[in-house]
Ligand binder design. Structure first.
Ligand SMILES: Nc1ncnc2c1ncn2[C@@H]1O[C@H](COP(=O)(O)OP(=O)(O)OP(=O)(O)O)[C@@H](O)[C@H]1O
Ligand SMILES: [Mg+2]
Length: 382
């Protein structure tokens, strides 16, 4: 197989590395007819959530009885109920049209603005199943009642079930960047409504995904939240050392294990860094040198802003962590700050997802490359 070139867009096919267990689980579930298990995929920024979802879609592209619908809430032109509903209808119907399972040529989006009479006239001769036609009617009618877009979204969402049922397919409905939904008017209500609808569906598997762990926990994981128990939570972690090696093998054609290990340690196995560093350096030369240069040249672009957002005390703590301090006492000693001050700021830094608790009493900078940059830049200051 030919080598893959480094990319910054979501990776699929030959570009997609690792995540075997996750993909296999999602894939198997997608093929299980009448099963209705959904997933909630979450993880930090640029860890590869969108890539994993796109890869699932890619792997299922030729399956006759599974239709994958992918919508990222980031791609909505605006966060209004109307736009969300429209996009749902658009994207669900296009996916069925593409697989030849919805025999109309015209784009659904074009129909949504028209009056019911016009639409019914247009669809009169198309061989659309009665239940689907009925659903389209409900969508158009509720869309005309401008004061109640929640109904509109309910019907739009259920188009997936109606299409799946009537074509004996399974519909895998992926909503990427799902927490954005809370920014839509009455977002929390909307989430509850979708959940209630989802309970009534039999042929749709819902996969939601988002980068802000907190929001997702609220939406999907915590006990009081609507999607609790309906969606299987999946935390997407950085590449393992083996996956980093596999990455280098696929993208470079060869791999030196010792170098791979170094690179893994510095990037923390974040696929985005592996791609980004590769793109600007092609990994030519000594790996320490490569990373050093990369961090010096490109690092400022990324990390300076992130660092400047921190308060003075937070900066001190982050610098101390970058130098290898791990515990509250060590940080206090090294920064010559009272332990109470450090104790106050550590949770704030965790909240901001700058640091994580490695285990009880021991802290780490979440992004190891950021830590490396901080150390290079501020670590030697008196
Ligand atoms: N499995 C993978 N194999 C190879 N490259 C990957 C993989 N997953 C992610 N990447 C690369 O990492 C970068 C980020 O990927 P992606 O956009 O999928 O992450 P994300 O978690 O959806 O990010 P965001 O938080 O911005 O939505 C891209 O450059 C992508 O090509
Ligand atoms: Mg993404």
């Amino acid at each position: 197989m030919s080598k893959a070139e480094f990319i910054l867009t979501p990776a699929t096919g030959k570009y997609f590395i690792g995540r075997k267990e996750l993909i296999s689980e999602l894939f198997k579930e997608a093929l299980r007819k009448k099963s209705h298990i959904g997933f909630c995929l979450y993880g930090r920024r640029r860890i590869g959530k969108t890539s994993a979802l796109m890869e699932l879609k890619y792997l299922l592209r030729d399956k006759k009885d599974v239709v994958v619908v992918y919508l990222s809430l980031y791609d909505l032109a605006d966060l209004s109920l109307r736009t969300f509903g429209q996009e749902l209808v658009n994207i669900i119907s296009s996916a069925y049209q593409e697989k030849g399972l919805l025999p109309i040529k015209i784009k659904m989006g074009k129909l949504l603005g028209a009056s019911l009479d016009v639409v019914m006239e247009l669809l009169k001769n198309a061989k659309i199943q009665a239940s689907v036609l009925e659903q389209i009617k409900l969508i158009i009618e509720s869309g005309e009642k401008k004061e109640n877009y929640s109904e509109y979204i309910r019907h739009a969402f259920n188009l997936s079930e109606k299409l799946a049922e009537s074509t004996s397919t399974k519909c895998v409905l992926i909503l990427d960047e799902f927490p954005e939904i809370l920014r839509i008017e009455n977002g929390a209500q909307l989430v509850k409504m979708l959940r209630t609808q989802y309970e009534t569906q039999k042929n749709v598997s819902l996969i939601i995904s988002g980068s802000i762990k907190k929001t997702l926990e609220m939406v999907a994981i915590s006990e009081n939240s609507p999607f609790y128990k309906q969606l299987v939570p999946k935390h997407l972690l950085p590449f393992s050392e083996e996956e980093t090696e596999e990455f280098l093998k696929s993208y470079m054609g060869k791999v030196d294990r010792a170098e791979a290990r170094k690179l893994h340690k510095l990037t923390g196995g974040l696929p985005f860094y592996l791609q980004f560093i590769g793109r600007s350096t092609e990994y030519r030369g000594d790996i320490d040198q490569i990373i050093d240069n990369f961090v010096k040249q490109e690092g400022s672009l990324f990390f300076k802003e992130e660092f400047e957002k921190l308060s003075d005390k937070e900066k001190l703590i982050v610098i101390s962590l970058s130098k290898g301090m791990k515990t509250l006492t060590d940080i206090a000693k090294e920064t010559e700050e009272p332990t109470t001050t450090i104790g106050r700021y550590l949770p704030i830094l965790m909240e901001k997802e700058v640091i994580i608790k490695e285990f009880r009493g021991s802290y780490l900078i979440l992004d190891s490359l950021f830590g490396y940059w901080v150390k290079q830049k501020y670590g030697n200051a008196p």
